[in-house]
Design a protein around this ligand. Structure first.
Ligand code: NIG
Ligand code: FE
Length: 423
């Protein structure tokens, strides 16, 4: 007997497979009208038409709504101290993001606030953010360090991520990002900081098994291609998967480096060159587009349409952080992926589910609604994908199921999609 049956699904939409879907495959999703999903032991046991003959201990009537896999936010800087609303006015006044950092603000001001925060405080804040994310339909998220920038505080951030993974339902994938900025105490001695990351911090992180991936901010004003290569090479030696923040503010060879190093993903890519995009397509890396960051910083949007057309697999994530994207609403990022990056709704769903899962090494376990995968599922206050992305800014997640358990649930919205002029 099933533990839980999702019955009366109006439209079940999901990508299929256990790896990223690239190029033309990204937009080919499975759509089943009048469907059901059966769950047993936290896993999907059945997904398909009807529900005749399916017995379950508990049934959730989806009321004819759209159902998709739980969302995967494959790029966040979830754990940090303080906020940076003081920069809002500065940047409104025209100060560029990197100039704020060069003047000792930006990432470095969050580093100062993260260093004075206790582990418990970071965990409590993170729990609040994750509760909000779950309510938006996010069932798995990546979380980066990079606001400690010394041994003690990088470990503190990663330990906070580990505790958070144990204390609430959203699955967390930890990424070490000690090469996020050169900390103030190493000003003028950047080689010494890169050496500290490679020789002390990375081995300690690996020893405690605190990170699955290592990321670097490869950008003019952060880390050069050569420095980024050194950090990624050391992380690879220590058995970590690789990621790169690449070409966010200017084209600087980040995408090419990510391809060269065999990174599982390259992120941002706003200014990635044509050659960089082609190199990534050849390497099999997932391109992670972060449209809320473009929106918030008033920057161009990553050329996701071109990337898919060139054969890349594109994921969409939030980049939630206190500086360049204080927004943790992945639904908003998905709408922007359609409206500003040129992805279709079907490509966008794949981007925020299966391809997001692939970007964090979990595509064989999550990211689609297929027998054997984890039962991470969202019931939406929407009849179809077009409606989901068209209702810009509203939270349309109604019921969120994580590993077979209903974790977030609210009544259908009073101004819902079925009320007016519909059968
Ligand atoms: O992905 N680019 C680097 N890191 C973050 C921003 C971090 C911050 O401003 O605090 C990003 O945009
Ligand atoms: Fe980021």
């Amino acid at each position: 007997m099933l533990d839980l049956l999702l019955s009366n699904i109006g439209l079940l939409v999901t990508p299929r497979g256990a790896k990223a879907r690239a190029g033309q495959q990204q937009g080919s999703v499975s759509s089943t009208a009048r469907a059901a999903v059966g769950i047993e032991g936290g896993k999907i046991a059945y997904a398909g038409p009807g529900c005749a003959g399916l017995a379950a201990r508990q049934t959730l009537d989806c009321g004819g709504a759209l159902v998709t896999p739980g969302l995967v936010d494959a790029h966040t800087h979830l754990v940090f101290g303080g906020w940076r609303q003081d920069e809002f006015a500065l940047r409104q006044g025209g100060a560029p993001y990197m100039d704020v950092l060069r003047a000792g603000g930006g990432i470095l001001s969050t580093v100062a606030r993260t260093r004075v925060a206790g582990l418990g405080e970071l965990v409590a804040r993170g729990k609040g953010f994750l509760g909000e994310m779950l309510g938006f339909g996010v069932t798995t998220a990546e979380a980066k360090s990079g606001y400690g920038l010394d041994l003690e505080n990088e470990l503190k951030q990663l330990r906070a991520i580990r505790e958070l993974g144990d204390q609430q339902p959203v699955t967390l994938v930890p990424t070490f990002m000690g090469a996020h900025a050169v900390p103030a105490e190493f000003s003028g001695r950047r080689e010494a900081y890169v050496a500290l990351v490679c020789d002390k911090i990375l081995p300690a992180v690996a020893e405690e098994r605190l990170a699955k991936f290592c990321d670097v901010f490869c950008e003019d004003g952060a880390f050069t291609v050569a420095e980024s290569r050194a950090v990624l090479a050391r992380a690879a030696e220590l058995g970590m998967g690789l990621k790169a923040h690449a070409d966010e503010l200017a084209a600087g060879g980040g995408a090419e480096l990510a391809a060269e190093m065999g990174c599982v993903s390259a992120e941002h890519l706003i200014h990635a060159s044509d050659a960089g995009i082609r190199a990534l397509a050849g390497s099999g890396a997932v391109a992670v587009a972060l449209p809320c960051t473009s929106f918030f910083l008033g920057k161009p949007f990553a050329r996701a349409r071109q990337m898919v057309d060139e054969g890349l697999a594109v994921a969409v994530a939030t980049d939630f952080n206190p500086g360049s994207c204080p927004c943790l609403n992945l639904q908003l990022a998905m709408s922007l992926a359609c409206l500003r990056c040129g992805l279709t709704p079907a490509e966008t769903l794949t981007a925020a589910t299966l391809n997001g899962a692939a970007a964090i090494g979990l595509a064989s376990r999550i990211g689609s609604i297929e027998a054997g995968k984890d039962a991470d599922i969202v019931v939406w206050d929407a009849p179809d994908l077009d409606y989901l992305f068209y209702r810009l800014g509203s939270n349309l997640a109604r019921t969120v199921v994580k590993a077979g358990a209903v974790c977030a649930d609210r009544p259908a919205q009073p101004n819902g999609w079925r009320r007016c002029g519909q059968a």
